[in-house]
Design a protein around this ligand. Structure first.
Ligand SMILES: C[S@@+](CC[C@H](N)C(=O)[O-])C[C@H]1O[C@@H](n2cnc3c(N)ncnc32)[C@H](O)[C@@H]1O
Length: 243
């Protein structure tokens, strides 16, 4: 399972990520879709709860989830209301105003049928008028930045090496990780390997499987701005509204 081991170094690895950009986008949706009133928020693929911690801190009524137990465990350590759950089968009975699935977690779905299934599941946990915000990483991003790309870093507690490849034929982004974690009371490091495969579908393909009896497509946005997508988009946000 991707992220099982990466959870050990994830927060260090993502320390460069501008999570504040997503808070800005969520604030914008709160104003534009909910008239600025307090909203309840459910995060899918919430990882180690970094965004959840910020959203809770700034006053959102937040519940999070992730499919990977070790990521959930890190979110629990941050004191978050968080459950282990797969977006394709959400074990939730409560309804929320806004569901989010950010930082291209949805690209781990391997087929458009899985996207459709996820949309149907999310519809069951939203109030009418509620919204679903998710983002995808793009083919442009893979071609420009992540084909035969390498990075590595080390910290007090561990280290990682990442090697990434884009395959245009299958439209998959493959990320291979070597993760080194310091053993307790020892100078030795445990080496763990992990492979992540993300699937890159186009805006048109994803839009075509949105169930239009459950959602309207309110926005397809260029990166973090609520503006039309340009060919150079590395990230695209979708905002669906429950009807
Ligand atoms: C790139 S990480 C982003 C994590 C977090 N949103 C963040 O911003 O740091 C993608 C996350 O999606 C989760 N994920 C992948 N497939 C999933 C699924 N089917 N259902 C729920 N979460 C999933 C992974 O476990 C991982 O934590």
């Amino acid at each position: 399972m991707p992220y099982r081991n990466l959870a050990l170094v994830y927060d260090n690895m993502m320390s460069y990520v501008p999570y504040q950009n997503w808070v800005g986008l969520i604030d914008y949706i709160k104003e534009s879709q909910f008239g600025g009133r307090d909203i309840s928020l459910f995060e899918i693929g919430g990882g180690t709860g970094t965004l959840g911690s910020i959203l809770s801190y700034v006053g959102y009524n937040y519940t999070g989830s992730d499919i990977t137990p070790s990521m959930c465990s890190a979110a629990w350590d941050k004191g978050l209301d968080f459950i282990c759950a797969d977006c394709r089968n959400l074990p939730i009975k409560t309804n929320f105003d806004l569901a989010i699935f950010l930082f291209d977690g949805i690209n781990y779905l391997s087929s458009l049928e899985e996207y459709a299934q996820t949309f149907r599941e999310v519809a069951t946990i939203l109030d009418l008028g509620g919204c679903f915000l998710f983002d995808i990483t793009t083919i442009y991003n893979s071609r420009m930045n992540f084909d035969d790309y390498m990075e590595a870093d080390s910290y007090d507690t561990g280290a990682y090496i990442r090697h990434s490849f884009y395959d245009p034929e299958s439209r998959t982004q493959r990320n291979l990780f070597d993760i080194f974690v310091k053993e307790q009371n020892s100078e030795k490091y445990l080496r763990l390997e992990e492979e992540h495969v993300q699937h890159l579908f186009s805006v048109e393909e994803i839009s075509s499987v949105v169930p239009l009896d459950l959602f309207t497509i309110e926005g397809v946005w260029h990166e973090f701005a609520a503006e039309p997508v340009k060919a150079t988009a590395e990230r695209i946000h979708f905002l669906l509204k429950r009807i």
